[in-house]
Design a protein around this ligand. Structure first.
Ligand code: FPP
Length: 230
């Protein structure tokens, strides 16, 4: 969800205003995704690297996150959405955890769609954490190191608990993954769009999905399944 800062700067407003408009885009896109029957949507809402931003901007983002969780709570529950969070959640401020944790618990059984928020998230950090855990298990003799393969690591990667991504979409013109879902990106289609995130609307999501459909030319088959072994 790139481009909030530039969106604000173009209007002569502080970056925080861009994040606020970005929050509104998040609400829009979650609603559309739910309506379309998308089974899982993972949003890169705050990266591990984002902690290095100015204190005021980090606080504004954390405030918007809390506001989103509180204001969308009812709609998330009523629409059968399961909310999960991935990343180094221990670094999040208490006020965010107080909104996040109960909603994750309450929505746990929901099955219509999974909304995964990547918070304080970094894909390399995520992979390192899994590697550390497996190394410790091997040291204890709980697993055989020779049994460690791509499937075993994949089964432990938290961001893949919602399934492998079919499509990874980045707004704002940059064509990089920036430490997002690196393990799961192995077979994903990538879509880069020039629009700044606050300007992202329904037709833009449709463009991305149409591009995905044209490229894969297979309808109704989950791509992770389709691509297994390719
Ligand atoms: C990148 O834009 C975006 C972020 C660092 C944060 C994304 C956050 C939101 C969309 C709002 C809060 C999230 C939720 C889930 C309610 P940038 O600031 O790097 O933009 P720039 O590249 O134009 O500077």
């Amino acid at each position: 969800m790139d481009g909030n800062g530039r969106w604000a700067t173009q209007r002569g407003e502080p970056r925080e205003a861009g994040h606020k408009a970005g929050s509104a885009a998040v609400r829009r896109v979650v609603r559309i995704a739910r309506r379309l029957g998308i089974s899982a949507l993972t949003l890169y809402a705050f990266s591990e690297q984002n902690w290095a931003r100015p204190k005021g901007e980090v606080e504004a983002l954390m405030g918007l996150l809390e506001e989103f969780l509180r204001s969308e709570r009812e709609e998330i529950l009523e629409n059968g959405i399961r909310l999960v969070a991935i990343g180094d959640l221990g670094r999040l401020p208490e006020h965010v955890r107080q909104a996040l944790d109960p909603l994750a618990r309450e929505s746990h059984e929901n099955e219509k769609m999974t909304l995964a928020l990547a918070l304080s998230y970094g894909a390399r950090e995520e992979i390192a954490e899994v590697a550390r855990a497996l190394a410790n298990e091997a040291l204890r003799g709980a697993i055989n190191p020779d049994a460690i393969d791509g499937a075993l690591i994949g089964a432990r990667i938290p961001s893949l608990s919602v399934g492998e991504p079919d499509l990874i979409l980045r707004t704002g013109g940059e064509q990089r993954l920036s430490n997002f879902l690196l393990y799961g990106a192995a077979h994903a289609e990538l879509f880069f769009c020039e629009k700044l995130w606050p300007d992202f609307h329904e037709p833009d999501l449709f463009d991305a999905i149409r591009s995905y459909q044209t490229r894969t030319k297979v309808f109704g088959t989950p791509s992770a399944e389709r691509r297994r072994g390719t």
